[in-house]
Design a protein around this ligand. Structure first.
Ligand SMILES: C[S@@+](CC[C@H](N)C(=O)[O-])C[C@H]1O[C@@H](n2cnc3c(N)ncnc32)[C@H](O)[C@@H]1O
Length: 296
């Protein structure tokens, strides 16, 4: 599944046109997924659902919006944005972040979701009853899809805008919660049109990048507000190729990685303290740690 870069053939209005082969590829994907789910059920291998991402739309309604807006394929492959609506409880760190917010933050909280994609986590938080949830993403198509879902399913307390979340121009006011999950480590690698970081194994480069990001967002946090950030863990530096499905290639994937000590140091330099953290080795190419940081 492809997560990155831009889509395929456009018509004269700039809209992506899908042909018969594209629809056949989607149909094949859906049939295969259905067969796998069926086989798991028959063999008693179904996983107990631990966490539900809330939404007022069905997976199929969301996917057809993604198809309609031309984001179902990226570089000829079915995109992450199409399949992401099946995420369910598969990513322990998404569950961790969303559950932490729901359990610990007042419903009156104003929430900023950076790198929000098509709005999945924004809609979840809105459905949890948070009063104001705003999403920003650098990809225009993501924001168009998020706004379509917002209008169609009456998510009136959400706001979506296109922005570069490394250098936001549209964010104003203060927030009780700022979420930066599942994008920063990938963006640093040069995906989604971002500039690729050089010398990404240098600890000084890693610290500089994190300090810059915290310096952007700490001023937007209310006192005692929290920022949740997901980072590739520097434990990935110690992997050996036989650990990893894609072997050597994977050693360079998401190569901006941080140790907990670095995160603590950068957080402190920006008036933030680590409240909690969780390391996860599933769902994704590398081990990742999510940090809950509080503004003192
Ligand atoms: C894998 S998706 C994750 C979306 C969402 N965070 C989630 O967990 O469902 C990564 C998203 O980060 C966005 N992104 C990457 N670089 C960005 C940047 N500089 N500013 C804003 N969004 C960015 C991409 O456009 C994409 O929608």
């Amino acid at each position: 599944m492809s997560e990155h870069s831009s889509a395929n053939s456009n018509n004269e209005k700039g809209q992506t046109k899908y042909g018969l082969m594209d629809f056949l590829a989607l149909a094949k994907y859906e049939v295969m997924s259905m067969l796998i789910r069926f086989a798991k059920r028959v063999l008693g291998r179904e996983k107990k659902v631990e966490f539900e991402i809330k939404s007022r739309y069905s997976v199929m309604q969301a996917k057809s919006t993604v198809v309609g807006e031309g984001l179902a394929f990226i570089n000829g492959e079915i995109s992450w944005f199409y399949t992401a609506f099946e995420r369910g409880d598969h990513d322990p760190l998404t569950n961790y972040a969303l559950e932490y917010i729901e359990r610990n933050m007042p419903k009156s909280s104003r929430i900023l979701v950076t790198g929000c994609g098509t709005g999945i986590t924004v809609f979840h938080l809105s459905d949890c009853g948070f009063h104001k949830v705003v999403g920003r993403d650098v990809l225009v198509k993501c924001i168009v899809i998020a706004n379509r879902l917002k209008e169609k399913f009456s998510y009136h307390n959400t706001v979506f805008e296109v922005d570069d979340c490394f250098n936001p121009k549209t964010v104003d006011g203060k927030f009780q919660v700022i979420l930066a999950i599942h994008w920063v480590f990938s963006a640093w690698m040069g995906n989604y049109g971002n500039e690729k970081v050089d010398e990404s194994r240098d600890p000084a480069v890693r610290e500089k990048l994190l300090n810059e990001l915290f310096a952007v967002y700490a001023p937007y946090l209310e006192k005692n507000g929290i920022m949740i950030i997901e980072l590739t863990d520097a434990v990935a530096d110690y992997r050996i190729v036989t650990d990893i499905p894609l072997a050597l290639r994977s050693l360079d994937v998401y190569s901006v990685r941080h140790t907990p000590e670095q995160v603590e140091k950068c957080a402190a330099a920006n008036g933030l303290e680590i409240v909690e953290k969780k390391l996860c080795v599933s769902y994704g190419h590398q081990p990742r740690t999510s940090y809950i940081l509080r503004k003192s």
